[in-house]
Design a binder for this molecule. Structure first.
Ligand SMILES: [Zn+2]
Length: 267
């Protein structure tokens, strides 16, 4: 599932690729992806509008059109945005631009969502979202976790607490900080939380530089894989030796999600 670095990569690439382009035509091949508005009204409101800005909040991509209209893309599990001259596998909603290139919203499993809205800040899942990790200093980061009895790893992934972090980067950050993913947040000392903050922000920035992690369906807008896989330290390394201490990496279900960790380095 695309997390902050993947959606940020898509945002930056779209900004270079489609800013100020006009959406000439919308082809809705699968209306299940369009939420909160009929596909016909969606089509008639979007067609003919120019793309004015592209931004990101958490894992959500926001395309600003003319007349204060916003296209909101929630990629969820397998959503992709591919810019090409042809339709792609699993193209569900296609935006044909003025220069005839196609912005394909592809989604193999159809969990993604597309909305058209004026006040995107008022969407319930946006309103409830916690702060952006790359905009938080360490003091504010530590405060988020203070006194929380839940396990640290599911908390890191809780979009209401902190926006944009998912299964991959929560695990990589906790490995980097030497914190066991099952430790209760109120039993992680503030100095350790500062280390999690440092690890998380540097890992997110590095993953953005490498254009994201393609462990599953995620691709850049030209269809290429992101380049962060060789830099993963613990994710999907079950039964392999820890890169620090050579102890065998374990995998356990924590908060319902497969979680990799080193039982020696992470306490
Ligand atoms: Zn280790």
């Amino acid at each position: 599932m695309p997390e902050l670095p993947e959606v940020e990569t898509i945002k930056r690439q779209l900004k270079r690729g489609i800013l100020n382009k006009k959406i000439k035509e919308v082809i809705v091949k699968d209306k299940r992806l369009i939420k909160g508005i009929s596909p016909q009204i969606f089509k008639s409101k979007v067609e003919g509008k120019s793309i004015k800005d592209i931004s990101r909040r958490g894992k959500v991509l926001i395309i600003k059109l003319e007349e204060r209209l916003f296209l909101i893309f929630h990629l969820r599990i397998s959503g992709l945005l591919i810019l090409s001259k042809t339709t792609e596998d699993f193209s569900r909603v296609i935006f044909r631009l003025g220069d005839n290139r196609l912005l394909n919203f592809c989604d193999a499993r159809v969990f993604g969502e597309i909305r058209l809205i004026n006040d995107w800040q008022k969407l319930p899942f946006i309103k409830a979202m916690g702060p952006e990790p790359l905009e938080l200093n360490k003091e504010r980061f530590v405060k988020l976790f203070e006194g929380k009895k839940a396990k640290i790893k599911p908390l890191l992934m809780d979009q209401k607490l902190l926006a944009g972090v998912g299964n991959i980067y929560a695990q990589e950050s906790l490995f980097c900080a030497g914190i066991h993913p099952e430790r209760r947040a109120d039993r992680v000392r503030s100095g350790e939380l500062e280390k999690v903050h440092h690890c998380l922000t540097s890992i997110l920035k590095e993953a953005i530089k490498k254009k994201g992690t393609s462990v599953d369906t995620y691709r850049q807008i030209d269809g290429q894989e992101g380049g962060y896989i060789p830099f993963l330290q613990v994710y999907q390394r079950e039964n392999k030796p820890c890169l620090n201490c050579k102890t065998t990496i374990k995998r356990e279900l924590i908060g319902g999600r497969g979680t990799y960790f080193c039982p020696h380095c992470q306490r």
